[in-house]
Ligand binder design. Structure first.
Ligand code: A3P
Length: 318
């Protein structure tokens, strides 16, 4: 893997609304770079790192957790780690999630992936077409977790306020527009989810939604175990479920990402484990904004047979 670029810091803490278009453009450019059709976090990766990933050697028992940001990644990292590591379940191993299920495109700890013992667990926010080539020959396993776009957007809004150089700059209205334009880490939510969904036949993949995990975590854990070919007894499943609840993860220092350095995330402004619910978008999104998302969703995703619940009572309500 190539060396990462130096971190870019914005010196200005101006409120977004008071910046002219050029200044806004410059601010976005210093945070993100566009590479092969998608935006990346300029602080933690580079085009060379992304390009190298295509050639990453894949083992048959590799597992890749892939998500669009804010879709329940650290939740599922914890679940995968618990499923695969007895030492995690019984508490004899004290390893942080980021080390157990490292990011391939944001290898901030500069890990040597080749020396990791099998089965290797990895995380990624990459679109399907930038993943290691071997996966496209149906080697390894991919768990793709997706979440309804309205909650993703609201989660993103709260998250972005934790980025030190952005503090007090982006208001909700701006984030709403920036998000819909895809000018955020991960690019367009619609392109990401659509891309993975429509190319699922090319990979050995299981697609799970955040909402189904929320509705019935135990069933979701069992489904993931079955796909991974891991046989856990009922007691072990209980442990996985118990340690992956929002309440328990929030207070688990190995799972809650609170050790991320403050130059990357200002934890006085929020937490990775924020609310962990379905439907929080209603707390901030206007009716007009919600209708706009519905319209874009219909246009871009309407033909796909995926059902995202944006409220856990929806099924009962209909
Ligand atoms: P909210 O901001 O809506 O609370 P990611 O890990 O992809 O960045 O996603 C973060 C989102 O997943 C946050 O959503 C966070 O609270 C939620 N999350 C993390 N762990 C969770 C858990 N155990 N149960 C439910 N939601 C969880």
């Amino acid at each position: 893997m190539k060396k990462l670029p130096p971190r870019v810091l914005l010196s200005s803490y101006q409120p977004w609304a008071t910046m002219d278009r050029d200044a806004q453009e410059e601010a976005l450019n210093s945070l993100y770079f566009k590479h092969k059709g998608i935006y990346f976090d300029a602080r933690n990766t580079s085009p060379e790192v992304i390009d190298d990933i295509e050639h990453m050697e894949i083992r048959d028992d590799d597992v890749f957790l892939v998500t669009y940001p804010k879709s329940g990644t650290i939740w599922t990292q914890q679940i995968l780690s618990l499923i695969f590591n007895e030492g995690h379940r019984n508490g004899t191993e004290q390893v942080e999630t980021i080390e157990r299920v490292p990011w391939i495109e944001y290898n901030v700890m500069n890990m040597d992936f080749k020396s990791r013992p099998s089965p290797r667990l990895f995380s990624s926010h990459l679109p399907y077409y930038l993943m290691p080539r071997g996966l496209k020959y149906r080697m390894g396993k991919i768990l793709y977790v997706c979440r309804n776009p309205k909650d993703v957007m609201v989660s993103y809004y709260h998250f972005i306020r934790m980025i030190p150089y952005l503090k007090y700059t982006i208001d909700w209205e701006t984030l709403f527009e920036v998000f819909l334009s895809g000018r955020v880490t991960g690019g367009s939510w619609f392109d990401h989810v659509r891309g993975w969904y429509t190319h699922k036949e090319d990979f050995n993949i299981l697609i799970v939604t955040y909402e189904e995990m929320k509705k019935d975590l135990r069933s979701a854990v069992k489904k993931i175990c079955k796909f991974m070919g891991v046989n856990l007894d009922e007691k072990a499943i209980d442990t996985v479920v118990e340690r992956a609840t929002f309440k328990n993860m929030k207070h688990d220092p190995l799972a809650n990402y609170e050790s991320i350095p403050s130059d990357l995330l200002d934890k006085t402004k929020g937490h990775f484990l924020r609310k962990g619910t379905v439907g929080d978008w209603k707390s901030i999104m206007t009716v007009a904004q919600s209708e706009k998302v519905d319209e874009i969703y219909k246009e871009k995703m309407g033909d796909l047979p995926i059902n995202f619940l944006s409220d856990l009572n929806e099924e009962n309500a209909s």
